[in-house]
Design a protein around this ligand. Structure first.
Ligand code: GLN
Length: 231
């Protein structure tokens, strides 16, 4: 079946690092988002160029028309739906808090009084941290990059990071020196997004391709590549 985007080429913006959804492997952008996009593009007959811009910058690139779409472990939220159109959800996620492995002082939000936590600029992790900050009396600092965020927790300039739990779990399994200490805050499914009212054929092709990947088992295969026994 011919898709409405056959032979077309699109610019797709993404985060710099949000492993295992996007990460650099041997100089190439890899990860769940990239593999899904590649498989969908193949089946729907379109081409794409990836721009690794950072999360907030990727969202801005799409709203300003510099990129056609964004795939960046981006949570589907009502607020974002006012400026983006989202694909069908492709992954269930949510936010959790992590601290340095060696930190035995912070084990709940109650221990955050007077402390500083970090989260990614423009992210749901940031929104959740900000929501809790007043009640628990802590300061929230927004950072653009995952690497900087994790580094500041390890070097003690922040006591905790609020980030998506599959990403925290992946990093921890890889030995990044952090541990999670709170329950998951439920909610937050990932979707591919385009600017509201724009690139509707691309969005449709993404949904068709995603449904096909789920049907064929390739979707599970891609997830397993990155999530089964991470090592
Ligand atoms: N899922 C989170 C959000 O959409 C974080 C995404 C990211 O850091 N790439 O806000």
């Amino acid at each position: 079946e011919q898709s409405g985007v056959e032979g077309q080429s699109f610019i797709i913006a993404t985060d710099t690092t949000f492993a295992p959804f996007e990460m650099f492997q041997g100089g190439e952008v890899a990860g769940i988002d990239m593999d899904l996009l590649k498989a969908i593009a193949d089946s729907q007959g379109f081409e794409f160029e990836v721009q690794s811009l950072g999360f907030q910058a990727a969202l801005s690139a799409v709203t300003s028309g510099q990129a056609d779409g964004v795939i960046a472990g981006m949570s589907i939220t009502d607020e974002r739906k006012q400026i983006f159109d989202f694909s069908d959800p492709y992954f269930d996620s949510g936010v959790q808090m992590a601290v340095a492995e060696s930190n035995d002082d912070i084990s709940s939000y109650d221990d955050l009084d007077g402390e500083t936590v970090v989260a990614k600029s423009g992210s749901e992790g940031l929104a959740e941290a900000q929501k809790l900050s007043e009640e628990y009396g802590f300061t929230v600092k927004a950072l653009d990059q995952s690497a900087t965020m994790y580094e500041s927790v390890k070097n003690g300039s922040a006591v905790a990071v609020f980030d998506d739990y599959p990403v925290l779990a992946y990093g921890i399994a890889q030995g990044n020196g952090l541990k999670v200490v709170t329950d998951k805050i439920p909610g937050g499914q990932y979707g591919f997004a385009v600017a509201k009212g724009e690139n509707q054929a691309l969005l449709e092709a993404f949904n068709t391709g995603l449904a096909e990947l789920k049907e064929s088992g390739q979707y599970d295969q891609i997830l397993d590549t990155y999530l089964a026994d991470p090592q």
